[in-house]
Design a protein around this ligand. Structure first.
Ligand code: GRG
Length: 293
């Protein structure tokens, strides 16, 4: 099977499972609508795909990682809903449509995010229970919790909120390794744990996940300058205008592009221990370097 076919299969699996996740849930209809509006938007499903691909690369079944993959997308979606709020990044558009709070109001958008975060953990705990509390499955949950929480994405967002101006590369790395990188790394590690990865495989994939997360963020910063609304589905140029701490603002566009090339090469080296089965990740790294959305 080709990488593109794998990607399409992963997306199909995750989209279907996400559509079913809230179906018929006995919860307030407007809350369900607000959660579903963002969860079933036109996101790339990157984090779920990373988890499924890591699991399969190490000989596991993609379906075993599916609940965790869905949970990753729920957590990612909550973070986007909250990030778009006026108190945070104040964005009116996301994934090519009005942001959640523009449609449902700020209060309901906050609750939709809260609901998705809690539901993500409920989804993973139900799966853990079905797996007889398998310690590797538990390690996957822990990786997700760590990536999403106060040592990961929330920490990065907290520091970003206070960093108005582009100042140091150290602070930039702190923010992005947590705000964007931690969930990406967690997705790869979670899939690997579910496939019962050994310590060496976890170490190599931790390195790959960190490098790939950094590549994703640098290319996101580049696309904030060079991308289009049609491709990215959100307002662009805001970071530039606000002199936000981004790779482009700190190092300049050309240097940021060179950095992306170097990080992509390092990410591919980190995959060497896995040989041919790492083809999906090798191609993904290449595609991310050249991405326009
Ligand atoms: C609210 C705790 C909290 C955190 C918010 C994710 C995030 C942290 C903020 C979003 C803004 C941001 C960091 C953008 C840079 C990279 C990024 C995460 C882009 C969005 O992810 P994609 O491109 O989006 O995977 P889709 O829509 O495809 O899912």
């Amino acid at each position: 099977m080709t990488c593109a076919a794998d990607a399409a299969r992963y997306r199909e699996l995750v989209s279907r499972a996400l559509a079913e996740a809230l179906h018929g849930a006995d919860i307030p209809p407007r809350l369900r609508d607000a959660m579903g509006y963002s969860l079933r938007g036109s996101g790339k499903l990157l984090r779920p795909c990373l988890a499924l691909a890591a699991c399969e690369m190490l000989g596991g079944e993609a379906t075993d990682a599916l609940p965790v993959a869905c949970a990753l997308e729920m957590i990612h979606t909550y973070s986007l809903i909250h990030d778009d709020l006026p108190a945070m990044d104040d964005d009116d558009f996301r994934r090519g449509r009005p942001s959640n709070h523009k449609v449902f109001g700020e209060g309901m958008a906050i609750l939709a995010g809260d609901g998705l975060l809690s539901f993500a953990f409920e989804t993973m705990l139900d799966a853990l229970s079905l797996k007889g509390n398998d310690p590797d499955y538990l390690a996957a949950l822990r990786a997700v919790a760590r990536g999403a929480g106060i040592f990961g994405m929330v920490a990065g967002q907290a520091v970003d909120l206070d960093a108005a101006e582009a100042d140091s590369g150290e602070r930039l790395d702190y923010i992005h390794s947590r705000k964007t990188g931690a969930m990406i790394r967690a997705a790869v590690l979670a899939g690997a744990h579910i496939a019962h990865a050994d310590a060496g495989q976890i170490a190599a994939l931790s390195e790959f996940g960190s490098l790939y997360g950094l590549l994703f963020q640098i290319t996101d910063d580049i696309l904030d300058v060079e991308g289009s609304f049609g491709g990215m589905g959100k307002t662009l140029g805001k970071d530039q205008a606000a002199h936000k701490l981004t790779y482009v603002n700190l190092y300049g566009l050309e240097t940021a592009k060179k950095m992306a090339e170097e990080i992509a090469a390092q990410a591919q080296v980190a995959l060497e221990p896995f040989g041919r089965p790492a083809e999906y990740f090798l191609k993904l790294t290449e595609d991310t370097l050249r991405r326009d959305h």
